[in-house]
Ligand binder design. Structure first.
Ligand SMILES: [Ca+2]
Ligand SMILES: [Ca+2]
Length: 196
């Protein structure tokens, strides 16, 4: 799908307005049109990201109006709904501190468990972390069903609280997909081989 498709920036703009950014600068990173459950109605999977920062003497500040989000736009009960897989939206200037806006990438849309509905596989980078997570769209919500990652963030809880251990693991997408297919979810023994 062409990210410059006239409909795509409009979806992003409407979503951002609903989140409190009145006049967003629209930057579309990825836009995919796919029928996730094969009901004949296409969904739009979209990533948009616009991060505007400035340095102060004390810190780096993320400017108001910055955003990074991944949504699935889907017709539900006759109305277009934006289902949020992940979003960081800045309605005021925010000190970056020890967090940063997430950077999403859809790496695959596949029916991993072969139930007839596609899952969205997302690679996310953020402060000292990167992880791959598989999402199912269920009853108008995005549900993370398997996560694997590497770094300071606990991928199971999506919390930035330090885990307090060094048992980091790396989980490449290829391995994640293999484990999803085989139903293996224990990936703690994988070594962290990539640094951020
Ligand atoms: Ca559909
Ligand atoms: Ca499936």
């Amino acid at each position: 799908m062409d990210p410059n498709d006239r409909a795509v920036p409009g979806v992003a703009r409407d979503f951002l307005r609903s989140k409190g950014i009145a006049n967003p600068v629209i930057e579309i990173k990825q836009a995919l049109r796919v029928d996730l459950e094969g009901d004949g109605q296409d969904e739009t999977v979209m990533i948009a990201r616009h991060i505007d920062t400035r340095e102060t003497a004390a810190a780096q500040v993320i400017r108001k109006g910055s955003y990074s989000f991944l949504i699935v736009q889907k017709m539900i009960a006759g109305k277009m709904a934006n289902i949020v897989i992940g979003s960081d939206i800045y309605t005021r200037d925010t000190v970056m501190g020890q967090s940063s806006p997430k950077d999403f990438e859809v790496t695959a849309i596949l029916d991993l468990d072969r139930d007839g509905t596609m899952e969205v596989v997302v690679y996310t980078r953020e402060y000292e972390s990167a992880y791959t997570r598989e999402f199912q769209i269920v009853n108008g919500k995005a549900v993370g069903v398997l996560t694997a990652g590497c770094g300071a963030q606990d991928p199971k809880t999506h919390s930035n609280e330090p885990k307090g251990d060094t048992n980091e693991s790396i989980y490449p997408v290829s391995l994640a997909l293999q484990h999803v297919r085989t139903g293996t979810t224990d990936f703690r023994d994988q070594q962290c081989s990539r640094r951020f």
